[in-house]
Design a protein. Sequence first.
Length: 614
Amino acid sequence: MQHFLLLALLSNFLIAAGPASAASLNFDHKYWLKLLHYKNGKSQVDGEKFFFAPDGKTNPEAELNWTIQAFHELDSKVGWFGYPAQCVFRERFEFLKSQGLLEGVPETKCPMFEEWKAGLNAESVTLIFSSSYPNNPSSLFGHTLLRLNQKGKTNDLLDYAVAFSAVPETEDMGLIFAFKGMFGGYKGLFEVTKYYTKVNEYNNGESRDLIEYNLNMTPAERDRLINHLWELYQTTYFDYFFADENCSAVLADLLSVAYKDDDKVNAHARWYYLPGEMVKHFEETPGRVASTHYRASLKKQVAKMWENLSADEVSQVKNIVDDEVLPEDVNNPKVLDAVVAYLDFTHYRTKNKLNEKLAKLQRAALVRRAKLPKAEMVKEVYDQTNMPENSHDPQKISVFARVENHTTLMGFELKQGYHDLMARDQGFDPFSQFDFLTGSLVYDVKNKKLDYDKLVLVDLISLHEYRFYDPQLSWRAKVSSERLYDLNCSLCHKVNANAYGGVTLRGKNTVASFMAGAFGEVSSHLKKGFRAGPGAEVSFYAQLGNKYKIGLIDELRFDATKKISDDYYNKVTLKHSLFFDRQQDVRFESSVISRFGSFSKNTIIHEVSYGHYF
């Protein structure tokens, strides 16, 4: 390919620009591929206006020749707005000029680009990580964006944010949204907007922490980033894939242009790309991150304010909000601040659905608070355990030994991702779970039989604390094929799906939850071939120090296709996790599973496992 590229360059110069300069012999082929977003012989860019050559998406040599020719045509009209080629593809132009490939080509003035760049007024760049949003499965991995920090600024909320995201064409919800997001059903576009809009969207509206990594970037690196952002913004879109062409993967490709000699900026360590993966690389690269700032979510700010109220003050705030009236004798600054904060949080949580009385109450509280002395400025300290650079890797391989009644089994498990309730919480929202694509094999030592143990498509758990100011439910959704323990059947399986919802209470390092819902199971070992009905689950988890976590779960199910009084089963599980370091743990698990229709006949399981994340 390199020989063909040089021949193409030489032939192009003979035709268009005379003898090739010495610079062409040192052409930076690798950077050219970065500008075209090439991976595995094909560009990730999908909009046709990004390419000059008819086969530019798969032929970088042809795209080079056509690009040089386009820059010779000063009256060319390209991109979405019909600007000259030199003014749309600013980074391509600067790069080819630096390579000596545009000798004799007059440079066109580009006032539209210069005005846009001057408006950004950027002197530095910040990488933003938005923590996961448990109530939206598409945001469970978190999100990343950039902030272009202006010269002489007084407030970073007025800086510009750069984000890449899917743009649904309709109000798709649920399975349709997930399916299209997974398989490229949406276009992904870059958005440049004021940073305060993203703070309102993520920090306030979705109660997500924003962790800001101020990057060390030279003026040349910053210019490359802005020039290339303009090229993408003016010409194209990407087909959005939730796994590997997502908000972070495409943003990493943009950053790889800025840091053009760092080939690991946008390198995928696995078949999917996580927002935290890019953050980890930047944190682990010496000198790349200048400083870090943690912007706690509005929900965390309200929770901290609540902690600082006495029981009487909390009761007073609740009464004011319930009555929707501010009594004349309320002049406690802490109570007034709490009322305002509660209504502000409700405003964002409900997407501006405060009724007229609550809106008047908020104005009245603000006016009365403004007449009182200012509160002493106290810098609050927030929990920051969810910083992604501290997280374990998402994939995991485990080996385990299990005793089922008097049967001994040895097993092996491979999990593609991402985090479960018994894992080390550093780097994640505490007590959350997003497990997907997990499979395990077991070997029956006595009977010398090998079989699969379980296959989990997805297992999501969001233990969202139910509080006065944020009355949201917890939920669980699972789809799997796993062992059938509640019948007298050895190494039998069922296909299982369940969906539960309920309430959760949290302490400092503990969480207790009650959820109820429905389940369905299909198996050839069942009399009717299936069963379904209501189910309930009670759970308790505790993090005891940095090295140990314990969990106790009790699940009860009833088969509604039969007599519920006779057809039920119950599973009680006690779990322990010991963490050696970020990437290794040992787990102990004991379960008692009742036989169907009887609490007195049980299958008893004990298991010990060692797991390594990678």
